[in-house]
Design a protein around this ligand. Structure first.
Ligand code: SF4
Length: 477
């Protein structure tokens, strides 16, 4: 285990994918020998230690570089239960050191041309560019603003390359007219309902079409999951196309788990041509909870925050990540998942703010069974003044059985089913379970619908699509 990191070293460091001159090799080896034992450095080529309270984020088995995933808990990482969630430790240490606000900066994905190479050479070049003597003078100045300014002038260009230029600011959408029915209804102030339809396992589209037809006049938009629980099904893109043909407004879900940067960008341009404008960016359930054999547990190409940043810039600046310009940029209404119970509300609020800054315009939350806990999360968002920058749709699921309640509680990352609900199922007859599940869902909707910052609900029926019309009608939505 490295000296200054609360985790343990995940994997051996990377080596460069190219030949390097002697001087660079020597610098690389020195950096590795020093930062390896101290920080568990993997030589990612773009060091973020200063932004992450001096804990290397590359400890995360998913390769998350912008904060924890929805499955993190204070006790353990859900991908590898033998270690703590390194992002939780980063949040705790940043809080103690007063460096929390630094966690808001949207950090870039790895540049694989630099992976395995040293970062120190970049820092030295950056010092030279900003003027060595001016830098040293400012560093020893008695003025703290000058001192930190000098530091930033050297390190920001290193960690934020020209092709990324991430920051910690809010960027309002650069367009006026709503691009989808969902956005139109949210802007109008109505209490909005969206519903999820599980994509079919095979190529038959009969049930999919019936579900869409049943829901399209009841909800503002229909979500299609992207291989939820890391189990492959019909793609969200194909389902979204079917929805457009049937006159429904689809929400295309995209999991970073299965995407590369180039795949994401080309898919989005194509989706727009098909009439798909709502896009929900999620990091995605890890392969660890999917069926066997388990595929790669690393998500190293990008995370949900980076997806939002890339797509927002495609829409508002008309550029691809590599800088190429588009004459007709895609029209997008961008969403993200929010996980009110994944970590302490104050930490979670930082994570949600970062997603909003990156480009999230609406949140669809994880399943809510504890309205009071949801309230605490909303208060944390309110303290950070972000409730007026995002629309929030609370995730509601009718539980059908005690088995399902236990499964959600124990196996779905970021979901907590309170003890009193588990007891209620356990102590009742199996025949009554569906009715109890509907009652609990209706009770939750009743409690949260007037909450400050709640703009609607997102119904996740987990294969029980036929219950959606009843819930909508009995909830009076
Ligand atoms: S962020 Fe990258 S360079 Fe910095 S310690 Fe971690 S692996 Fe090493």
């Amino acid at each position: 285990m490295a000296l200054f990191t609360p985790g343990r070293r995940w994997q051996p460091p990377f080596f460069p994918f190219k030949r390097e001159p002697f001087g660079k090799r020597l610098l690389r080896k020195t950096e590795r020998w020093i930062k390896g034992p101290l920080f568990g450095c993997r030589m990612c080529g773009n060091c973020l230690l200063q932004e992450t309270a001096f804990i290397c984020p590359m400890e995360c088995p998913k390769g998350m570089r912008n904060g924890p995933c929805g499955g993190s808990t204070s006790e353990k990482c859900y991908v590898d239960e033998t270690r703590p969630c390194i992002w939780y430790r980063i949040y705790e240490r940043a809080h103690k050191m007063g460096r929390e606000e630094m966690l808001l900066e949207v950090l870039p994905p790895l540049d694989w041309d630099k992976v395995g190479t040293e970062t120190w050479g970049d820092v030295l070049r950056s010092v030279r560019r900003s003027g060595t003597s001016a830098f040293l003078k400012s560093r020893f100045s008695s003025d703290p603003v000058k001192r930190s300014g000098a530091w930033e002038s050297v390190f920001k260009p290193v960690r934020q390359p020209d092709w990324w230029m991430g920051d910690s600011l809010y960027h309002p959408p650069a367009y006026d007219e709503p691009v989808s029915e969902l956005e139109r209804r949210l802007r109008s102030g109505s209490f909005v309902v969206t519903a999820e339809v599980a994509p079919p396992l095979g190529t038959a589209t009969g049930k999919l079409k019936r579900d869409i037809e049943m829901m399209k006049d009841l909800v503002a938009a229909v979500n299609f999951t992207d291989s939820a629980s890391a189990s492959p099904r019909m793609s969200s893109m194909a389902c979204s196309k079917v929805a457009v043909e049937l006159g429904a407004d689809p929400v295309l879900q995209i999991a970073a788990r299965d995407k590369t940067r180039s795949g994401l960008q080309s898919d989005i341009v194509g989706a727009n041509v098909m009439g798909v404008h709502n896009v929900l960016c999620i990091t995605g359930d890890n392969a660890r909870i999917g069926p066997s054999p388990t595929s790669n547990t690393n998500i190293l190409d990008m995370d949900a925050v980076q997806m939002l940043w890339i797509l927002r810039r495609m829409r508002d600046e008309g550029i691809y990540l590599d800088g190429r310009k588009m004459k007709s940029p895609p029209k997008l209404f961008l969403g993200a998942a929010a996980s009110p119970f994944a970590s302490e509300p104050k930490f979670q609020a930082l994570r949600e703010e970062k997603k909003i800054n990156a480009g999230a315009q609406f949140f669809q939350t994880n399943l809510i069974f504890d309205p009071e806990g949801m309230e605490r999360w909303l208060e944390s968002l309110d303290k950070r003044n972000i409730l007026d920058k995002v629309y929030i749709l609370a995730g509601i699921t009718p539980i059908r059985s005690f088995r399902m309640a236990r499964y959600l509680h124990h196996h779905i990352p970021g979901v907590t089913v309170p003890r009193h609900i588990l007891n209620r199922f356990e102590e009742s007859r199996e025949d009554d379970h569906e009715e109890i599940g509907v009652e609990i869902a209706l009770g939750t909707i009743e409690k949260i619908r007037t909450g400050k910052g709640i703009n609607g609900i997102h119904l996740m029926s987990v294969g029980w699509e036929t219950i959606v019309p009843r819930i909508i009608s009995e909830a009076g939505l």
